[in-house]
Design a protein around this ligand. Structure first.
Ligand code: NAD
Length: 467
């Protein structure tokens, strides 16, 4: 096992771009700035390595994915420290160590999942088998919020199916992904997995590269649209996990104290910087103030601060651009009559990029804080009086990643859940994912599924053998 400094030394480039800790502003390392030539070399290496990697067969790849999971477990603490310093998320709580645990869990679950050949016709005259083959070279383009976990979500199924991978981490969190890839490469043959560190232009070049066969993209809807355009050139298949603006509906008669803790973490996991976090909460008129009071009690009891201190479970906003979006949406809500229940101004005493958990009441559909993805420590709480209206509000935006229904009546919760336009609807929880439950968005949140058998199909091409 290496320590944090040894891990960082493996990947930092003395001439690279400075990466700062969002909690303290401290310089933590320098990320290599790869060029177009580096990108071409990575794609060429992936193209060359792919047939051999495929020829190893499923059993050997399963072993190697298991070996990677073991290595990540062994390096979990230094990786979590690097992730915490670079991304800002605390070590403790559902944050950096949790993310490392999820990486190993997804690797093992993906290794253990099989995509079997299907016999689709067998009528005595024709036997048709549906076989799944690798697509070829997969580009994995990721965001800055859960850089390691989302990286594994893209890498593990692609490798499992016999593809080779070129990873492009977010320019905000390259070091942790480069460190993880360097550990994975202790186990993998050369060329099978390469990370290319660079800015948006490098991402755009990767997405339009003629030798890329599939793009696994997680990021904003705007970038997703750009990637669709670039795929017109190389015909790359796409999985697009895009932005969300998940609604939660608290049905009348729900016990506020019983749901407050899960509501809080549904909204504020990773300090709200989570694609499928609860971003709009609709509460029935009869319980509006009670739910707000119960949530406020959880906010008051949940510490925010430097992520390396064990007591903290909430951290800074990862970057200034996102911080300005969050602060701007709160100011807009205030200017339009929103009631700031708690928070509402930067927590400068903690550091430049800290914004406190902010509950905003008395806002409505059409307000920017409701209609736009905040992607930070802010939750608008909207009052409703008819459940049908709340369903219409929840479905009223372009986003369709997740949604949740909160109720003590399971049949009513299910009735409402079935009417919501989202890839996942949770009941009495929000944002909980599992390696065997297909995950993906509808509408503006993208298309394609990750995880489980459906996730393997998304990094494979089908072939019919008709005899
Ligand atoms: P972003 O779209 O700005 O960047 C994501 C990645 O795309 C980065 O690596 C970036 O360099 C790259 N990129 C930028 N322009 C590109 C182009 N033209 N072609 C190819 N790549 C390009 O997103 P972000 O700000 O890093 O992430 C936040 C967003 O991601 C939020 O909207 C959030 O909801 C979404 N997200 C979605 C999921 C999901 O599973 N649906 C998960 C996490 C985050």
């Amino acid at each position: 096992m290496s320590d944090y400094s040894a891990l960082l030394a493996r990947i930092t480039d003395p001439d690279g771009r400075e990466i700062h800790d969002p909690a303290t502003g401290e310089l933590i390392g320098r990320a290599p700035v790869h060029t177009e030539a580096d990108l071409d070399a990575a794609v060429a290496a992936a193209t060359k390595a792919q047939p051999g990697w495929n020829a190893l067969g499923h059993e050997r790849r399963i072993e190697l994915l298991g070996a990677i999971a073991d290595r990540l477990d062994a390096e979990a603490e230094p990786l979590a420290e690097l992730l915490s310093r670079e991304q800002g998320k605390p070590l403790n709580g559902p944050n950096a160590r949790f993310e490392l645990g999820a990486c190993a869990a997804w690797l093992r679950a993906t290794a253990a999942t099989a995509l079997e050949t299907e016999v689709v016709v067998d009528d005595g005259q024709t036997k048709a088998e549906l076989i799944y083959k690798p697509v070829g070279v997969v580009a994995a383009i990721g965001p800055w919020n859960w850089p390691l976990m989302i990286g594994v979500w893209q890498i593990a199924p692609a490798l499992r199916m016999g593809n080779t991978v070129v990873v492009k981490p977010s320019e905000y969190t390259p070091l942790s992904v480069l460190a993880m890839v360097s550990i994975m490469n202790e186990v993998l043959p050369a060329g099978v997995l390469t990370a290319v560190s660079g800015d948006r232009a490098v991402g755009a070049r990767l997405a339009s590269h003629p030798d890329i066969d599939k793009i696994m993209f997680t990021g904003s809807t705007a970038t997703g649209r750009e990637i669709i355009k670039s795929s017109a050139g190389n015909l790359a298949r796409l999985t697009l996990e895009l932005g969300g603006n998940d609604a939660g509906i608290v049905l009348p008669g729900t016990d506020p104290a019983a749901i407050a803790g899960d509501l809080f973490w549904g909204a504020f996991i990773n300090t709200g910087q989570t694609c499928a976090a609860l971003k709009r909460l609709y509460v029935h008129d009869s319980q509006y103030e009670e739910v707000i009071a119960a949530l406020t009690a959880v906010v008051d009891a949940t510490p925010m601060g430097n992520g390396l201190s064990e007591e903290n479970v909430l951290g800074p906003v990862q970057n200034k651009r996102q911080f300005d979006i969050v602060a701007g949406l709160v100011e807009d809500a205030r200017a339009h009559g929103g009631r700031i229940v708690t928070g509402g101004a930067p927590a400068t005493e903690l550091g430049e990029l800290f914004y406190p958990i902010t509950l905003v009441a008395d806002v409505k559909d059409g307000d920017r804080i409701v209609d736009e993805e905040q992607f930070g420590p802010v939750l608008p709480i909207i009052r409703y009086s008819s459940v049908d209206d709340a369903i219409a509000s929840a479905n009223g935006l372009e986003a369709g990643l997740g949604a949740s229904v909160w109720s003590s009546d399971p049949a009513e919760a299910r009735r409402v859940a079935l009417q919501l336009e989202a890839g996942t609807v949770w009941i009495n929880k929000h944002g909980v994912v599992h390696p065997m439950m297909p995950f993906g968005g509808v509408k503006g949140s993208g298309y394609g599924l990750e995880f489980g058998v459906e996730g393997l199909k998304s990094v494979a091409v089908p072939q019919i053998i008709n005899s």
